[in-house]
Design a protein around this ligand. Structure first.
Ligand SMILES: N[C@@H](CCC(=O)N[C@@H](CS)C(=O)NCC(=O)O)C(=O)O
Length: 214
C-alpha cells in the first residue's frame, strides 16, 4: 500500500505541484482520480468527505488530510527533507514566491487556460484581462530567473515546484511563451531533474472531450 494518497486529475497544475514533489522525492504514492470536469468537486458529499474547500489537490498521509498545494509542498519538504528551506530567511523567501504563485502566476494562467483552452469559450474581455495579468506575472518571474537558476537559494526548492504547476501544460493560451527565455531555461533545468515527469504522464487524465462542466 502506498504511503501517500493524492486526490488529483492530470489537467490540474495545482495537483501537479504535489504529484511532482512526490515523484522527485521518490515517495510511494497513489493517485485517486477526481472527476472535476463532471462536477465532482462541487458535490456536497465530496466536500464533506474529502475537502470542504472544493478543490484538489488533497494529500492523505499518516491518517491526516492536507489541502492547498503550497502547504502540501511544505509538508512534503518537512517529511522528506528535500527541496525545503535551509534557514528561516529561505523559508520566508520560499513562502513569498509560493504566495505570489497562488495569487498571480498560477491563478491567472490557470483561469485563462480553463476558459480559453479547456472550455473553449473564445476570446472575450475576460480572456484578454486574464492573459494580460498572467503575462505580467510571467514577466516578473522571468526577470527574477534572469538573476538565478532557481527561484530561491540557487537550487530546486518547493518554490520552483509551486510555480511550475502549469508551465508544462501543452495547451495554447495565446501567450507568447518564447518571450520568456529565462523561464524556458528554468523549465529545462526542472525537466532535467532525475524523476521528472509531464503532468499528463503522472496523474489520471479525463478523456479529452467536450468539457461540459460550467
Ligand atoms: N490554491 C489552491 C488552488 C487549487 C485549485 O484551484 N484547484 C482546482 C483544480 S486545478 C480545483 O479543484 N477547482 C475546483 C473548483 O474551483 O470548483 C491550491 O494551490 O491548492
Amino acid at each position: 500500500m502506498s504511503e501517500y494518497t493524492l486526490h488529483c486529475f492530470a489537467e490540474s497544475g495545482n495537483a501537479y505541484k504535489a504529484a511532482l514533489m512526490l515523484e522527485l522525492t521518490g515517495q510511494p504514492w497513489q493517485p485517486v482520480f477526481v472527476d472535476f470536469f463532471n462536477g465532482q468537486t462541487r458535490e456536497q458529499a465530496w466536500r464533506d468527505e474529502v475537502n470542504e474547500q472544493g478543490e484538489v489537490p488533497v494529500l492523505e498521509h499518516a491518517g491526516k488530510s492536507f489541502t492547498q498545494s503550497a502547504l502540501i509542498l511544505e509538508y512534503l519538504a518537512e517529511q522528506t527533507g528535500q527541496f525545503g528551506p535551509r534557514d528561516e530567511d529561505e523559508k520566508r523567501e520560499i513562502w513569498r514566491w509560493m504566495l505570489f504563485d497562488n495569487h498571480k502566476f498560477t491563478s491567472y494562467y490557470a483561469a485563462l487556460r480553463f476558459i480559453y483552452c479547456l472550455k473553449q469559450m473564445g476570446e472575450t474581455d475576460v480572456t484578454k484581462f486574464l492573459r494580460d495579468r498572467a503575462t505580467a506575472a510571467y514577466r516578473i518571474v522571468d526577470a527574477h530567473l534572469a538573476k538565478t537558476p532557481f527561484m530561491v537559494g540557487g537550487r530546486l526548492t518547493i518554490a520552483d515546484l509551486s510555480l511550475a504547476g502549469y508551465v508544462f501544460m501543452p495547451e495554447d493560451t495565446g501567450i507568447a511563451l518564447d518571450e520568456f527565455v529565462h523561464i524556458e531555461a528554468w523549465k529545462a533545468r526542472i525537466k532535467g531533474t532525475p524523476g521528472w515527469k509531464h503532468p499528463y504522464d503522472l496523474m489520471p487524465r479525463t478523456a479529452p472531450v467536450q468539457v461540459p462542466f460550467g
